[in-house]
Ligand binder design. Structure first.
Ligand SMILES: Nc1ncnc2c1ncn2[C@@H]1O[C@H](COP(=O)(O)OP(=O)(O)O)[C@@H](O)[C@H]1O
Ligand SMILES: [Mg+2]
Length: 208
């Protein structure tokens, strides 16, 4: 590994641009937490790194566009992956034509159904965690993800996106309808059960 420069620092991880065998790459390194006991922190970091890399790999096998994993360093909590040259959906969605926006939302719905078909829960489906690169919507950041076959988990996963669209793309709330429309077509389970779950979660929130 050569040169390193940090482009993003989150609460859990920092993201560096790096090179991997000549390829431009991204390194996601989980940051140690000094308030946790060291050996417990090491274990947690290693577990989460392993889990995220596994979910990214499985999402790819489900036919979803995700970065290629180049290397996983469990000891240091580093995933080295393909650098996606593009823009976050969050930063482009509002500026697209209506036609392009609908087409992107359709692709988002298709991808979510594909990973849900394999019981992959992303855990943080927001438009910040999608990168438009080579005209494909790539999903990144499976750091809060898990394997779970329950309808509830799938509903919660989609509800996060619904809220993200309402807050970040409030003038385009129809986006979520396009997501669901395609989701219904591609999901193997009965998508209406998942949609019912979303409605339940919305209601629960309202009466809290
Ligand atoms: N493979 C990648 N290619 C290009 N940019 C990336 C890639 N992975 C992450 N990023 C950039 O780094 C930011 C944070 O990465 P992310 O995995 O979402 O970390 P966090 O878990 O802290 O949210 C993303 O919003 C994106 O801008
Ligand atoms: Mg993120």
């Amino acid at each position: 590994m050569t040169k390193k420069n940090i482009i993003y620092r989150g609460a859990e991880a920092e993201i560096c641009i790096a090179k991997y065998k000549g390829f431009k790459a991204i390194q996601k390194k989980r940051i140690p937490k000094s308030y946790r006991i060291k050996h417990i922190d090491d274990r947690l970091i290693s577990l989460r790194t392993k889990e995220e890399a596994k979910l990214i790999t499985e999402a790819r096998q489900s036919g979803v566009a995700v970065p290629i994993i180049y290397d996983v360093d469990l000891k240091n909590g580093i995933i080295t992956m393909e650098y996606l040259d593009g823009k976050r959906i969050k930063d482009v969605l509002n500026d697209l034509s209506e036609e392009e926006r609908d087409s992107i939302c359709t692709k988002i719905g298709e991808s979510i159904a594909r990973f849900h078909n394999n019981d992959i829960i992303h855990g943080d489906i927001t438009t910040s965690n999608m990168i438009l690169s080579n005209e494909q919507v790539h999903f990144i950041d499976f750091g809060l993800g898990e394997k779970n076959n329950e309808i509830e988990a799938k509903g919660v996963d989609l509800h996060v996106l619904m809220e993200a669209i309402e807050s970040t793309h409030s003038q385009y709330s129809s986006c979520f309808d396009y997501v669901l429309e395609e989701y219904k077509k591609v999901l193997k389970d009965d998508a209406n059960l998942v949609i019912k779950k979303i409605q339940e979660i919305v209601k629960r929130g309202r009466y809290r």
